[in-house]
Design a protein around this ligand. Sequence first.
Ligand code: NAP
Length: 246
Amino acid sequence: MTAPNSKVAIVTGASRGIGAEIAKQLASDDFAVAVNFASSATEASKLVVQLRQAGHQAIAVKADVSVAADVSRMFDEVEAQLGKVDVLINNAGILQVMPLAQHSDELFDRTFAINTRGTFNTLREAANRLNDGGSIVNFSSSTVGLNLPGYSVYIASKAAVESLTQVFAKELRGRRITVNAVAPGPVATELFMHGKSEEQVQHYAKMPPLERLGQPEDIASIVSFLVSPAAGWVNGQILRANGGLV
Ligand code: NAP
């Protein structure tokens, strides 16, 4: 059962995939959890019901992370319902695999709006709103190290997230807030599976020496560590989690 004075965590893009698993993990770590979503309201409320039935404190909060006013309102709602925020997990992200030459302006803008500006928006809000002693985990991708064809714009949007992470960790000097990023390799979620044949999925699964796809639980346990006192000395780092792929 979550104690009434639990620390408070926001997980962006928590309606499914890695974010939903992080929300479950942080709830069982005794955080009161805000499950953010942009459009998947049904999935987000199902998850909140599941967490509450297990005795945890959880709310669903609709906000498009690419819109600064939404992000500000999300912090207002979380503060009003759960209390001041201790932990921010910037998990929301999109991927569309497309050779650079075929990328539309719209897809370029959308990828940067959600992956990069979305992270920027929540970090800027967190600068004034996060409790001292808190922690932030951003989401990059191991594709930044692989330079895979078809991933140029996605990789560029995530490379920018890595830079934001490293500089922001330094800008929060004196606040005892850690800022790190996790950079997963292929994880079996909708984002990765979409548009791939079984053969392509198997190809990716065989790439790391551990010879399997990552599971959302593999990533959630790393996030759990990064926001725990055990990781209090890890700051400004990019942690690649990919079974040894790169
Ligand atoms: P996913 O299954 O597609 O889930 C993405 C989540 O982000 C959904 O809950 C979605 O909710 C939310 N979202 C999308 N746009 C949003 C917006 N504008 N505002 C708020 N929420 C938004 O993806 P995933 O695989 O779990 O990926 C999670 C993170 O890990 C991403 O940052 C991704 O780049 C990164 N990553 C994933 C992999 C992989 O192989 N899966 C590898 C490396 C890195 P709505 O439906 O409500 O929009």
